[in-house]
Design a protein around this ligand. Structure first.
Ligand code: ATP
Length: 320
């Protein structure tokens, strides 16, 4: 392997820049050439490929988003597009690619690997919904951003003795909601993996809390459940307590990455280059039990994970 490419794909996540920087600098330190591929697989097909030197990644570790840009590319889901992508890699002398993204992006990496381009995936998503790893690049920053926003909503909610429903991101996974629920001391936490869609339980909980003298009632609702605004209307009608919905939205995806995201993304970026140099391909990097490890992409995609029952139970115990 003489030249490697790096791309970011799927949704952006804070810490992706730290990973790009680590890939570029580790590769250069190991004597490789590096090419940055802009806008994910779409940029590969459009040949938006630039040479990258160590200085091209200076002053980016603290920036949110991804300097390479990201995109979704339907054409790359087709065999024809994948073949074209592999040919473009060969034309540019790219022997391997580090793909930073989610499950969908690993499918693309798998396809390229079958066509002779060595690929290593890094878990880049704020949602933490990648089964082979306990950590994904961007989750820590997103949770901290959401937690700080929820603290602010809680201040005004208490002052006005309101009930607040705050909707956080995470797509079909409830990890951001669970973490915020515990970190913000929410009264109710609604997770797609656990919610029974029984609003009467929430209503009863609000009424009981009010009787016990609580001035606020914070409900963290996960994006995968959604409908926060209509839920607020129904809860207000049933309880007579003013209820507002706040949907935090894309602000959770932006901002300067936390130390944890910068640190883990840096190690993972370096690790990806080093295992590629060992001859590995079609692998995805994960973090489990204190170690950085790697899995076959197909095996990783077959794995499943869910919300830890004990941690979910604790979130209830602490909300009385
Ligand atoms: P996120 O979870 O942040 O959205 P993701 O990587 O799962 O990230 P997707 O939109 O699923 O996001 O995938 C990103 C890109 O990866 C797609 O636009 C497409 O180019 C490529 N991709 C997705 N699925 C496949 C597939 N089955 N085969 C080849 N390429 C794929």
């Amino acid at each position: 392997i003489k030249t490697i490419g790096v791309l970011t794909s799927g949704g952006d996540a804070p810490g992706m820049n730290a990973a790009i920087r680590a890939v570029v600098r580790t590769a250069i330190a190991r004597g490789l050439k590096v090419k940055g591929i802009k806008k994910g697989y779409q940029g590969l097909l459009n040949e938006e490929i630039v040479d990258m030197e160590a200085k091209d990644v200076s002053d980016i570790i603290q920036r949110g988003g991804t300097i390479l840009g990201t995109a979704r590319c339907l054409e790359f889901k087709e065999a024809e597009g994948q073949k074209k992508g592999a040919e473009i890699c060969k034309k540019h002398g790219i022997d391997g690619i580090v793909v930073i993204g989610g499950d969908g992006s690993y499918r693309g990496a798998q396809a390229l690997s079958r066509l002779g381009i060595n690929t290593i995936g890094l878990p880049g998503t704020i949602d933490l919904d990648i089964a082979c790893t306990e950590y994904t690049i961007g989750f820590d920053t997103a949770v901290n951003t959401a937690m700080q926003a929820i603290d602010k909503v809680k201040d005004t909610s208490s002052s006005h003795e309101r009930c607040s429903i705050i909707e956080v991101m995470g797509r079909n996974a409830g990890y951001i909601a669970l973490w915020c629920g515990i970190a913000n001391g929410a009264e109710d936490i609604l997770l797609p993996e656990k919610y029974d869609y029984n609003e009467q339980n929430i209503i009863n909980n609000i009424i009981t809390n009010r009787k016990h003298g609580k001035t606020h009632h914070i409900i963290i609702n996960a994006e995968g459940i959604g409908h926060s605004t209509s839920m607020a209307r129904r809860i207000e009608a049933a309880t007579g307590i003013e209820t507002r919905a706040t949907i935090l939205g894309y602000m959770q995806r932006g901002g300067s990455p936390t130390a944890k995201d910068r640190y883990y993304a840096s190690i993972m970026g370096a690790y990806a280059v080093d295992i590629m140099l060992e001859g590995k391909t079609n692998r995805v990097v994960g973090y489990q039990h204190g170690e950085f490890i790697d899995f076959d992409i197909e095996d990783a995609l077959q794995m499943e994970k869910g919300i830890n029952d004990y941690q979910f139970e604790v979130s209830h115990l602490l909300s009385i």
